[in-house]
Design a protein around this ligand. Sequence first.
Ligand SMILES: [Zn+2]
Length: 194
Amino acid sequence: MFFIMKGSITFFTGPMFCGKTLELVRHLQIHAAQRVPTVCIRPMTDTRSRKVESRAGLTYEAISIPDADEQTVTDIIERYDVIGVDEMQFFSKDIVPILHQAARHGKVILTSGLDTDFRGLVFPSALALFSLPETEIHRSRSVCSVCRKHNATRTQRLKNGQPVNRNEPTVAIEGADANYSYEPRCSDHHVVLG
Ligand SMILES: [Zn+2]
């Protein structure tokens, strides 16, 4: 049996502020500009906005999906040729085989999200994408908020400006809880307590 890959699957990833959402939106716009049926989905978990917003200011309209709603994802994929997925880290890893299958059938899948959580541990959906031989990985670095070098691979979580304990929940949205903030840090300056 031959494995045929007619489409593609791409993962723009790295820590916060590395430009991964900017890359996603830039690629979506390239397809949409030529009237290729293009859509972007994002998880309902992230309540900050209905749009995909890069910190550089580029935006793209997005459809919010409840995390476990795989049928909705499948239905949306069928109606479009290019499918963007923002904030991959908030989706369960079960979305990845659906995206992979769509790429095998000719869809262009563009995904964006954090590779690791505030502890430096890989997110399940990121691991699932890394594990596919077909995933084209664009892993970017950011500038460390402490040493200002372009070597930040990690996302530092702060609560009231202080590093947090590793027992904290994996998902805590910046802005939704006023006490939390995030910064890109290099491995030397990334701090997790406990
Ligand atoms: Zn540093």
